[in-house]
Ligand binder design. Structure first.
Ligand SMILES: Nc1nc2c(ncn2[C@@H]2O[C@H](COP(=O)(O)OP(=O)(O)OP(=O)(O)O)[C@@H](O)[C@H]2O)c(=O)[nH]1
Length: 286
């Protein structure tokens, strides 16, 4: 997984998704429930225009449930159906299929009214930015492991359908979209949640961003996890305290800030700092 999008890439990705859209009845737009704004493609409305769509707030198991509810209400207000899911959870698949049925009911009723007898299965496509859980969801819906092919430049692979019961089928390769790049905070949020390739990142920089965010939004969690008594100190002081507590030292006995930063990010990504969401609908101007 890399995120290196250039105008040429973007145009090609858009074309590939547009081609796939012609084949399907309903779009499953996957976003990261911890960053439902930053993990959406900026041109998504234009790209899927006219197709019924469900926004799936994936990795909801890692996100703050109160904020997830706010996001669902927000999408509702926009007239977009949305569901909180965990792509590893079998039970959540039923909710997705039920939502797809609801959204395509009218279209299929019209087909039946025209006398088309053997009504086919509902056809769906998963789309989303890198690392949002597309393959995991495909495998979960398919109930087996489907080889990860993605869209490679210049390679035309035949489209095939994965049957999920009698009434639903899924295109076996997802549509890959690019994230937003227009705002520094968006970049940080994508990076701390793991959407950007690790070797492109400065862990100390990301850990500073994370600590500042936690001080503001989840101070108790931070204090509890790292046994901190107060947070109104310099960030470097927090690094020192956390590094000492967790044994992140260099050979001379000084705190190793790189190791400490990695530890903070690992804790965040694995949910050890609790369920965290980085953005609220009220924070964004849409
Ligand atoms: N906790 C949690 N982890 C998830 C969930 N869905 C996916 N993941 C994890 O997120 C990581 C990325 O998932 P993938 O399915 O590879 O994502 P993708 O969108 O196919 O990624 P690309 O191939 O890079 O486009 C994996 O480590 C998954 O196990 C979820 O609902 N909850």
């Amino acid at each position: 997984m890399t995120i290196q999008w250039f105008p040429g890439h973007m145009a090609k990705a858009k074309r590939q998704v547009t081609e796939k859209l012609k084949l399907i009845d309903v779009v499953l737009e996957l976003v990261d429930a911890r960053i439902p704004y930053s993990s959406r493609n900026p041109m998504i409305d234009e790209i899927v225009s006219g197709k019924p769509r469900v926004v799936l707030l994936n990795k909801a198991d890692l996100a703050d449930p109160v904020k997830t509810d706010d996001w669902i209400a927000y999408f509702n207000e926009q007239g977009i159906l949305s569901l909180a899911i965990n792509a590893h959870q079998k039970d959540d698949m039923k909710k997705i299929i039920a939502a797809c049925k609801e959204l395509t009911e009218e279209k299929f009723a019209k087909m039946r009214a025209k006398g088309i007898k053997n009504t086919r299965a509902i056809r769906a496509l998963i789309i989303g930015i890198p690392n949002v859980g597309k393959s995991t969801l495909i495998n979960r819906l398919a109930n087996k492991t489907i080889a990860k092919t993605g869209d490679r430049p210049g390679v035309t692979t035949a489209q095939s359908w994965i049957k999920v019961g009698k009434e639903f089928e899924l295109l076996d390769t997802p549509g890959i979209l690019w994230p937003k790049f227009d705002d520094e905070n968006v970049g940080y949020r994508l990076a701390v949640t793991g959407a950007i390739k690790e070797n492109l990142l400065d862990f100390q920089d990301l850990a500073v961003f994370t600590l500042k965010f936690l001080i503001k939004e989840y101070p108790e969690r931070l204090m509890e996890r790292y046994q901190l008594e107060k947070l109104d100190v310099e960030i470097v002081e927090l690094f020192d305290q956390i590094g000492k507590l967790r044994g992140c030292f260099m050979s001379g006995g000084l705190v190793d800030y790189d190791k400490t930063a990695e530890l903070i990010l690992r804790d965040l990504r694995s949910g050890k700092l609790g369920r965290i969401t980085f953005e609220k609908p009220a924070d964004i101007l849409l």
